[in-house]
Design a protein around this ligand. Structure first.
Ligand code: ADP
Length: 377
Protein backbone atom coordinates (compact mmCIF):
# COMPACT_ATOMS: atom_id res chain seq x y z
CA UNK A 1 0.00 0.00 0.00
CA UNK A 2 1.24 3.48 -0.82
CA UNK A 3 2.42 5.44 2.22
CA UNK A 4 0.89 8.90 2.60
CA UNK A 5 2.68 11.88 4.15
CA UNK A 6 0.84 15.06 5.15
CA UNK A 7 2.95 18.21 5.34
CA UNK A 8 1.61 21.12 7.38
CA UNK A 9 2.74 24.34 5.69
CA UNK A 10 2.85 25.12 1.99
CA UNK A 11 6.23 26.84 1.57
CA UNK A 12 9.27 25.87 -0.45
CA UNK A 13 10.41 23.20 2.01
CA UNK A 14 7.15 21.30 1.48
CA UNK A 15 7.47 21.93 -2.28
CA UNK A 16 10.95 20.38 -2.36
CA UNK A 17 9.66 17.20 -0.69
CA UNK A 18 7.37 16.59 -3.68
CA UNK A 19 9.98 15.37 -6.20
CA UNK A 20 11.54 12.80 -3.83
CA UNK A 21 8.06 11.69 -2.73
CA UNK A 22 7.24 10.91 -6.36
CA UNK A 23 10.52 9.01 -6.74
CA UNK A 24 9.98 7.04 -3.53
CA UNK A 25 6.38 6.24 -4.49
CA UNK A 26 5.09 8.13 -1.45
CA UNK A 27 1.85 10.10 -1.70
CA UNK A 28 2.30 13.64 -0.41
CA UNK A 29 -0.44 16.05 0.64
CA UNK A 30 -0.05 19.60 1.85
CA UNK A 31 -2.05 21.74 4.27
CA UNK A 32 -1.28 25.21 2.92
CA UNK A 33 -1.99 28.55 4.55
CA UNK A 34 -3.37 30.03 1.31
CA UNK A 35 -4.24 29.23 -2.29
CA UNK A 36 -1.38 29.19 -4.80
CA UNK A 37 1.47 28.61 -2.35
CA UNK A 38 4.86 27.21 -3.26
CA UNK A 39 3.88 23.58 -2.50
CA UNK A 40 0.50 23.70 -4.28
CA UNK A 41 1.94 21.33 -6.92
CA UNK A 42 0.96 18.52 -4.53
CA UNK A 43 -2.61 17.65 -3.51
CA UNK A 44 -3.36 20.64 -1.33
CA UNK A 45 -5.92 21.52 1.30
CA UNK A 46 -6.10 25.14 2.39
CA UNK A 47 -6.66 25.79 6.08
CA UNK A 48 -5.42 27.27 9.32
CA UNK A 49 -2.69 25.19 11.00
CA UNK A 50 -3.62 26.81 14.33
CA UNK A 51 -7.06 25.19 14.23
CA UNK A 52 -7.13 21.67 15.70
CA UNK A 53 -10.24 20.55 13.75
CA UNK A 54 -8.69 21.63 10.45
CA UNK A 55 -5.41 19.83 11.11
CA UNK A 56 -7.18 16.70 12.45
CA UNK A 57 -9.34 16.49 9.33
CA UNK A 58 -6.21 16.80 7.18
CA UNK A 59 -4.40 14.16 9.26
CA UNK A 60 -7.18 11.59 8.74
CA UNK A 61 -6.19 11.31 5.06
CA UNK A 62 -2.51 10.44 5.70
CA UNK A 63 -0.27 8.00 7.59
CA UNK A 64 2.11 10.54 9.11
CA UNK A 65 2.09 14.28 9.73
CA UNK A 66 5.21 16.38 9.31
CA UNK A 67 5.91 20.08 8.86
CA UNK A 68 7.44 22.75 6.66
CA UNK A 69 7.72 25.10 9.66
CA UNK A 70 7.73 24.91 13.45
CA UNK A 71 4.74 27.12 14.22
CA UNK A 72 1.95 24.58 14.81
CA UNK A 73 0.72 25.33 18.36
CA UNK A 74 1.24 22.76 21.10
CA UNK A 75 -2.51 22.31 21.71
CA UNK A 76 -2.98 21.34 18.05
CA UNK A 77 -0.04 18.92 18.24
CA UNK A 78 -1.49 17.41 21.43
CA UNK A 79 -4.88 16.94 19.75
CA UNK A 80 -3.15 15.05 16.91
CA UNK A 81 -1.27 12.78 19.32
CA UNK A 82 -4.45 12.16 21.36
CA UNK A 83 -6.21 11.13 18.15
CA UNK A 84 -3.49 8.54 17.50
CA UNK A 85 -1.87 10.41 14.59
CA UNK A 86 1.84 9.74 13.94
CA UNK A 87 3.47 13.19 14.28
CA UNK A 88 7.14 13.64 13.31
CA UNK A 89 8.88 15.49 14.80
CA UNK A 90 6.72 15.12 17.90
CA UNK A 91 5.38 17.85 20.18
CA UNK A 92 8.23 17.64 22.73
CA UNK A 93 11.13 18.24 20.32
CA UNK A 94 9.06 20.80 18.37
CA UNK A 95 8.42 22.68 21.60
CA UNK A 96 12.17 23.10 21.97
CA UNK A 97 12.48 24.51 18.44
CA UNK A 98 9.52 26.86 19.01
CA UNK A 99 11.04 28.78 21.89
CA UNK A 100 14.68 29.88 22.10
CA UNK A 101 14.56 30.08 25.91
CA UNK A 102 13.31 26.49 26.15
CA UNK A 103 16.00 25.51 23.65
CA UNK A 104 18.79 27.13 25.72
CA UNK A 105 17.50 25.43 28.90
CA UNK A 106 17.37 21.99 27.20
CA UNK A 107 20.84 22.37 25.69
CA UNK A 108 22.11 23.21 29.18
CA UNK A 109 20.42 20.09 30.60
CA UNK A 110 22.09 18.02 27.90
CA UNK A 111 25.40 19.71 28.81
CA UNK A 112 25.96 20.75 25.19
CA UNK A 113 28.21 23.72 24.36
CA UNK A 114 26.46 27.06 23.84
CA UNK A 115 27.00 30.79 24.45
CA UNK A 116 26.47 32.23 27.95
CA UNK A 117 22.80 33.12 28.18
CA UNK A 118 20.05 34.23 30.54
CA UNK A 119 16.31 34.77 30.59
CA UNK A 120 15.75 38.46 31.37
CA UNK A 121 12.36 39.73 32.48
CA UNK A 122 13.21 43.44 32.53
CA UNK A 123 15.80 46.09 31.72
CA UNK A 124 17.49 45.75 35.12
CA UNK A 125 18.23 42.06 34.52
CA UNK A 126 19.42 42.82 31.01
CA UNK A 127 21.74 45.57 32.26
CA UNK A 128 23.20 43.16 34.83
CA UNK A 129 23.97 40.66 32.05
CA UNK A 130 25.52 43.44 29.94
CA UNK A 131 27.70 44.53 32.86
CA UNK A 132 28.96 40.98 33.28
CA UNK A 133 29.71 40.57 29.56
CA UNK A 134 31.74 43.62 28.60
CA UNK A 135 28.76 45.88 27.88
CA UNK A 136 27.61 44.10 24.70
CA UNK A 137 25.16 41.26 24.18
CA UNK A 138 22.64 39.78 21.76
CA UNK A 139 18.97 40.02 22.72
CA UNK A 140 16.46 37.66 21.10
CA UNK A 141 12.70 37.33 21.18
CA UNK A 142 12.13 33.71 22.28
CA UNK A 143 9.33 33.00 19.79
CA UNK A 144 8.52 33.83 16.21
CA UNK A 145 11.90 35.17 15.02
CA UNK A 146 13.35 34.17 11.65
CA UNK A 147 16.00 35.39 9.21
CA UNK A 148 17.52 37.67 11.86
CA UNK A 149 14.20 39.31 12.78
CA UNK A 150 13.98 39.17 16.54
CA UNK A 151 17.78 39.33 17.00
CA UNK A 152 19.47 42.56 18.12
CA UNK A 153 22.96 43.46 19.34
CA UNK A 154 22.62 45.88 22.25
CA UNK A 155 25.03 47.94 24.34
CA UNK A 156 22.40 49.39 26.69
CA UNK A 157 19.36 47.75 28.27
CA UNK A 158 17.07 50.54 27.00
CA UNK A 159 17.65 49.28 23.44
CA UNK A 160 15.28 46.39 24.19
CA UNK A 161 12.53 48.51 25.78
CA UNK A 162 10.16 48.03 22.83
CA UNK A 163 10.53 44.23 23.04
CA UNK A 164 9.89 44.18 26.79
CA UNK A 165 6.80 46.33 26.18
CA UNK A 166 5.58 44.03 23.38
CA UNK A 167 6.11 40.96 25.60
CA UNK A 168 4.04 42.53 28.37
CA UNK A 169 1.28 43.43 25.92
CA UNK A 170 1.11 40.33 23.66
CA UNK A 171 2.21 37.53 25.93
CA UNK A 172 1.12 38.95 29.28
CA UNK A 173 4.69 38.86 30.54
CA UNK A 174 7.59 36.52 30.01
CA UNK A 175 11.27 37.01 29.35
CA UNK A 176 13.64 37.81 26.54
CA UNK A 177 16.70 35.70 25.81
CA UNK A 178 20.05 37.42 26.16
CA UNK A 179 23.30 35.84 24.98
CA UNK A 180 26.95 36.79 25.06
CA UNK A 181 28.02 38.36 21.76
CA UNK A 182 30.02 35.44 20.40
CA UNK A 183 33.32 36.28 18.73
CA UNK A 184 32.99 33.75 15.94
CA UNK A 185 35.32 32.96 13.06
CA UNK A 186 32.49 31.57 11.01
CA UNK A 187 29.09 29.93 11.16
CA UNK A 188 28.60 26.23 10.51
CA UNK A 189 25.53 24.02 10.24
CA UNK A 190 25.19 20.33 11.02
CA UNK A 191 22.36 18.28 9.57
CA UNK A 192 21.28 15.00 11.11
CA UNK A 193 18.45 12.64 10.21
CA UNK A 194 16.84 10.41 12.81
CA UNK A 195 14.11 7.78 12.51
CA UNK A 196 11.51 6.95 15.18
CA UNK A 197 13.18 3.56 15.57
CA UNK A 198 16.47 5.30 16.39
CA UNK A 199 18.70 5.12 13.30
CA UNK A 200 20.69 8.36 12.91
CA UNK A 201 22.85 9.67 10.09
CA UNK A 202 24.88 12.87 10.06
CA UNK A 203 25.70 14.90 6.95
CA UNK A 204 29.08 16.57 6.48
CA UNK A 205 29.22 19.86 8.40
CA UNK A 206 28.82 22.93 6.16
CA UNK A 207 29.83 26.59 6.37
CA UNK A 208 27.03 29.13 6.10
CA UNK A 209 27.49 32.77 5.14
CA UNK A 210 24.77 35.18 6.30
CA UNK A 211 24.00 38.57 4.78
CA UNK A 212 21.58 40.89 6.56
CA UNK A 213 20.52 38.06 8.87
CA UNK A 214 19.61 35.83 5.91
CA UNK A 215 21.55 32.74 4.80
CA UNK A 216 23.23 33.79 1.55
CA UNK A 217 25.71 31.00 0.69
CA UNK A 218 26.52 27.50 1.89
CA UNK A 219 29.75 25.62 1.21
CA UNK A 220 29.79 21.86 1.72
CA UNK A 221 31.79 20.48 3.35
CA UNK A 222 32.89 23.44 5.49
CA UNK A 223 36.24 24.47 3.98
CA UNK A 224 39.14 24.26 6.42
CA UNK A 225 36.89 22.26 8.75
CA UNK A 226 39.55 19.94 10.02
CA UNK A 227 38.77 16.46 11.29
CA UNK A 228 38.24 17.68 14.85
CA UNK A 229 35.62 20.25 13.80
CA UNK A 230 33.81 17.70 11.63
CA UNK A 231 33.69 15.16 14.43
CA UNK A 232 32.64 17.62 17.13
CA UNK A 233 29.88 19.09 14.93
CA UNK A 234 28.54 15.64 14.06
CA UNK A 235 28.68 14.57 17.72
CA UNK A 236 26.73 17.68 18.76
CA UNK A 237 24.15 17.09 16.02
CA UNK A 238 23.61 13.46 17.00
CA UNK A 239 23.49 14.37 20.71
CA UNK A 240 20.77 16.95 20.04
CA UNK A 241 18.76 14.56 17.83
CA UNK A 242 18.96 11.74 20.37
CA UNK A 243 18.70 13.94 23.47
CA UNK A 244 15.51 15.61 22.25
CA UNK A 245 14.10 12.58 20.39
CA UNK A 246 13.95 14.43 17.07
CA UNK A 247 12.40 12.48 14.21
CA UNK A 248 13.02 13.67 10.65
CA UNK A 249 15.69 16.18 9.68
CA UNK A 250 17.42 18.33 12.27
CA UNK A 251 19.67 21.31 11.52
CA UNK A 252 21.96 22.63 14.25
CA UNK A 253 23.34 26.10 13.51
CA UNK A 254 26.78 26.46 15.09
CA UNK A 255 29.41 29.11 15.78
CA UNK A 256 33.11 28.28 15.41
CA UNK A 257 34.62 30.74 17.87
CA UNK A 258 37.93 32.50 17.37
CA UNK A 259 39.27 30.43 20.28
CA UNK A 260 38.30 27.16 18.53
CA UNK A 261 35.12 26.22 20.35
CA UNK A 262 31.96 24.97 18.64
CA UNK A 263 28.80 26.48 20.17
CA UNK A 264 25.14 25.87 19.38
CA UNK A 265 23.28 28.89 17.97
CA UNK A 266 19.90 27.45 17.13
CA UNK A 267 17.91 24.42 15.98
CA UNK A 268 15.50 23.67 13.15
CA UNK A 269 13.53 20.43 13.03
CA UNK A 270 12.82 20.11 9.34
CA UNK A 271 14.78 20.39 6.12
CA UNK A 272 16.79 23.63 6.34
CA UNK A 273 18.29 26.19 4.01
CA UNK A 274 21.80 25.08 5.01
CA UNK A 275 20.99 21.62 3.60
CA UNK A 276 19.73 22.59 0.13
CA UNK A 277 23.13 21.64 -1.31
CA UNK A 278 22.25 17.98 -0.65
CA UNK A 279 19.75 18.02 -3.55
CA UNK A 280 22.65 17.95 -6.00
CA UNK A 281 25.65 17.33 -3.75
CA UNK A 282 24.75 14.29 -1.63
CA UNK A 283 23.63 10.72 -2.32
CA UNK A 284 20.41 11.41 -0.40
CA UNK A 285 18.90 14.90 -0.38
CA UNK A 286 17.64 16.26 2.91
CA UNK A 287 14.10 16.26 1.47
CA UNK A 288 14.21 12.57 0.57
CA UNK A 289 15.87 11.85 3.91
CA UNK A 290 13.16 13.73 5.81
CA UNK A 291 10.47 11.62 4.11
CA UNK A 292 12.35 8.39 4.82
CA UNK A 293 12.90 9.41 8.44
CA UNK A 294 9.30 10.44 9.24
CA UNK A 295 8.01 7.26 7.57
CA UNK A 296 10.55 5.23 9.59
CA UNK A 297 12.10 3.87 6.38
CA UNK A 298 15.84 3.05 6.27
CA UNK A 299 17.90 6.23 5.89
CA UNK A 300 19.97 6.90 2.78
CA UNK A 301 23.69 7.60 2.58
CA UNK A 302 24.65 11.14 3.60
CA UNK A 303 27.91 11.03 1.63
CA UNK A 304 28.75 13.85 -0.76
CA UNK A 305 28.86 12.95 -4.45
CA UNK A 306 31.59 15.50 -5.24
CA UNK A 307 34.42 17.08 -3.25
CA UNK A 308 32.59 20.45 -3.11
CA UNK A 309 29.08 21.80 -3.31
CA UNK A 310 28.05 25.45 -3.14
CA UNK A 311 24.49 26.73 -2.67
CA UNK A 312 23.53 30.37 -3.23
CA UNK A 313 20.09 31.69 -2.37
CA UNK A 314 18.18 33.74 -4.93
CA UNK A 315 16.26 36.59 -3.34
CA UNK A 316 13.54 38.66 -4.94
CA UNK A 317 14.45 42.31 -5.37
CA UNK A 318 13.65 45.41 -7.32
CA UNK A 319 15.47 43.95 -10.35
CA UNK A 320 13.70 40.59 -10.38
CA UNK A 321 10.44 41.60 -12.00
CA UNK A 322 10.93 39.11 -14.84
CA UNK A 323 12.06 36.17 -12.77
CA UNK A 324 11.43 33.50 -15.41
CA UNK A 325 13.66 35.31 -17.93
CA UNK A 326 16.40 35.63 -15.36
CA UNK A 327 16.24 31.95 -14.46
CA UNK A 328 16.44 31.11 -18.17
CA UNK A 329 19.40 33.46 -18.65
CA UNK A 330 21.22 31.88 -15.69
CA UNK A 331 20.60 28.40 -17.13
CA UNK A 332 21.93 29.47 -20.55
CA UNK A 333 25.06 31.09 -19.15
CA UNK A 334 25.92 28.40 -16.56
CA UNK A 335 24.71 24.97 -17.68
CA UNK A 336 26.63 23.30 -14.83
CA UNK A 337 24.52 25.18 -12.26
CA UNK A 338 21.39 23.47 -10.97
CA UNK A 339 18.60 26.02 -10.72
CA UNK A 340 15.83 25.49 -8.15
CA UNK A 341 12.77 27.75 -8.18
CA UNK A 342 10.02 28.05 -5.59
CA UNK A 343 7.17 29.40 -7.72
CA UNK A 344 6.89 32.46 -5.51
CA UNK A 345 6.25 36.09 -6.44
CA UNK A 346 9.54 38.02 -6.17
CA UNK A 347 9.15 40.48 -3.30
CA UNK A 348 12.36 42.23 -2.16
CA UNK A 349 14.40 40.04 0.18
CA UNK A 350 12.09 37.02 -0.22
CA UNK A 351 13.76 33.69 -0.97
CA UNK A 352 12.50 32.69 -4.43
CA UNK A 353 14.98 29.99 -5.39
CA UNK A 354 18.56 28.78 -5.11
CA UNK A 355 21.46 27.64 -7.22
CA UNK A 356 23.54 24.52 -6.52
CA UNK A 357 26.89 23.76 -8.13
CA UNK A 358 29.15 20.78 -7.42
CA UNK A 359 32.70 20.00 -8.56
CA UNK A 360 36.30 19.15 -7.77
CA UNK A 361 37.74 22.64 -7.38
CA UNK A 362 36.23 24.98 -4.78
CA UNK A 363 37.22 28.19 -6.59
CA UNK A 364 35.59 26.98 -9.81
CA UNK A 365 32.45 25.85 -7.99
CA UNK A 366 32.10 29.20 -6.19
CA UNK A 367 32.72 31.07 -9.45
CA UNK A 368 30.03 29.18 -11.39
CA UNK A 369 27.51 29.45 -8.55
CA UNK A 370 28.06 33.20 -8.16
CA UNK A 371 27.97 33.72 -11.93
CA UNK A 372 24.60 31.94 -12.10
CA UNK A 373 23.25 33.80 -9.06
CA UNK A 374 24.43 37.17 -10.46
CA UNK A 375 21.49 37.15 -12.90
CA UNK A 376 19.27 37.98 -9.93
CA UNK A 377 21.27 40.87 -8.43
P1 ADP B 1 17.04 33.61 13.45
O1 ADP B 1 16.14 32.80 14.31
O2 ADP B 1 16.42 34.89 12.99
O3 ADP B 1 17.73 32.84 12.36
P2 ADP B 1 19.53 33.50 14.98
O4 ADP B 1 19.40 33.26 16.43
O5 ADP B 1 19.99 32.36 14.12
O6 ADP B 1 18.17 34.13 14.46
O7 ADP B 1 20.51 34.73 14.73
C1 ADP B 1 20.69 35.30 13.44
C2 ADP B 1 22.15 35.66 13.25
O8 ADP B 1 22.58 36.59 14.24
C3 ADP B 1 23.10 34.48 13.39
O9 ADP B 1 23.19 33.74 12.20
C4 ADP B 1 24.40 35.17 13.78
O10 ADP B 1 25.02 35.70 12.61
C5 ADP B 1 23.92 36.31 14.64
N1 ADP B 1 23.93 35.90 16.06
C6 ADP B 1 22.93 35.25 16.71
N2 ADP B 1 23.27 35.01 18.00
C7 ADP B 1 24.50 35.51 18.18
C8 ADP B 1 25.41 35.58 19.29
N3 ADP B 1 25.09 35.11 20.51
N4 ADP B 1 26.62 36.16 19.09
C9 ADP B 1 26.95 36.67 17.89
N5 ADP B 1 26.15 36.64 16.81
C10 ADP B 1 24.94 36.09 16.94
Amino acid sequence: MTLRVGVVGGGQLARMMIAPAVELGVEIRVLAEDEGMSAALAATAVGDYRDAETVLAFAREVDVITFDHEHVPQDVLAALVDAGVAVHPGPAPLGVAQDKLVMRARMAELALPQPDWAAVADATHLQAFLDEHGGRAVVKTPRGGYDGKGVRVVTAATEADDWFAALAEDAGGGSLLVEELVDFRRELAQQVARRPSGEVRAYPVVETVQRGGVCAEVIAPGPRAEERVRLVAAEIGVAVAEGLGVTGMLAVELFETSDDRILINELAMRPHNSGHWTQDGAVTSQFEQHLRAVLDLPLGSTDAVAPWAVMINVLGGPATGTLDERFAAAMAAQPAAKIHTYGKAPRPGRKVGHVNVIGDDLDDVVYVARAAASFFD
